[in-house]
Design a protein. Sequence first.
Length: 360
Amino acid sequence: MQFAVRAMLSVVLVSVSFVALNSYAQTTEVDVYIPSLTQQADVMRLTGTIEATRDASLASMEAGSVSALKVDVGSLVNKGQKLLELDDTLAKLELAQAKASLEAATVAKQEAERLLAEVVALSKQQSVAKTLIGERRANLANAKAESIKQQAAVSLAQEIVNRHALYAPFSGVIASRSVDVGEWITPQSSVFSLVSQSDLRLVLDVPQEYYNDFASQDSVAAAVTPDIKSSATINTQITRLVGVANPISRTFIAHIDIPNNNNHQFIAGMSASAAVYLTSSKNKVWLPKSAIKQHPDGGSSVFSIENGVAKRLLVTVAQANTEQVSVLGLSGAERIVVSGVELLKDGTALTVKSTVSDEL
C-alpha cells in the first residue's frame, strides 16, 4: 500500500515538473515597433482678443457748443474727414478783428516806408536833418514789427476757428458717440471712440512659466483662427512680447499682428484662438497608443524586448493625437512591444511576430 502511494506521488511530481518546464518554455508572440528619436515643437493652444493698434477716444481741441454732427455710431470714416462742428461765431468775429488790425498795420507800414523814402530823397539835397532820417527809420521798423504781430494774431485766430471742428486722425469706424447737438463740450470731454479696421493684432495672455520658452526663440511660429463660422487659419508668428507679468493673473502678454490682407476675417473685440509652436529641448519618441500600459496611479510604461524577454520602461506621455502618443524617457534605440502589453511583465519570454518602423 505504501509502495503504491509513493508511486502515485512520484507520477504527480513528474507531471507537475513537466508542466512547469513546458510553461517556462512557452513564449508570447508580440508585434514590435522601432521608433526614431525626434525633437518636435510643443504646441500651446491659447485664446485671446483681437485688438486694434489704433483705438482713440477723440476730444475737441476747443470748448464750445456742438452745432453739427457729421457722423454717427458705425460710420466708416477716412483720415481727415470732419466729424463734428462747434458754434464758431465768436471765434470768427475775433478772426475778423485780427484781420482788420493786420490791415491797419499794413497801411501804417506802407506809410512809414513812404515817409522814410521822402526824407532820404531830401537828404541828397542836404535839406533834411540826419536825426529826422533816423526817426523815420525807427518808425518803419516799429511798423514792420506791428505788422508781423498782427499777422501772428490772424494766424492764431484762424487756428482757433479751425479747432471748432473735429477731424478723424486716422481711418476707421466710429465705435461710440457720447454727445449730441446743443451740448457743451470741453477738451476734456470724450465725444467719439474711433477704432481702426486695419493693423489688427491678437492679444494673448500667456502663463508666466512659459516666458523663457518664448523669449529664448528668435521667432515663435503661430497659427491663428478666428472664432467665426467658415474661418480660415492664418500662419504667422509672435510679433512681440510684453516683458511685464500681471501680478494678479501671473501672465504676460504676447502680440500677434494680423496681416492686412487677412483682416477681413477679424474685427476688433472678437475672440480668436492661436496654436503657438515652441521648440522643445526634450527629445520625444512617437509610439502607437497600443504600446502604452497605463498604471492605476496614473503613470505609464512601455515594454522593450531585450535578449528575447520583456523589459518594462517608465515613460511620461507628453502629447497625443488620434493614433500616436509622444513620450519622454526613451533613447529611441529601443524595440517597443505594441501588442498585448496589458498581459506582459518584466522577464516575460517574447517571440517577435512582426516588426514595424516609425513610418506608419
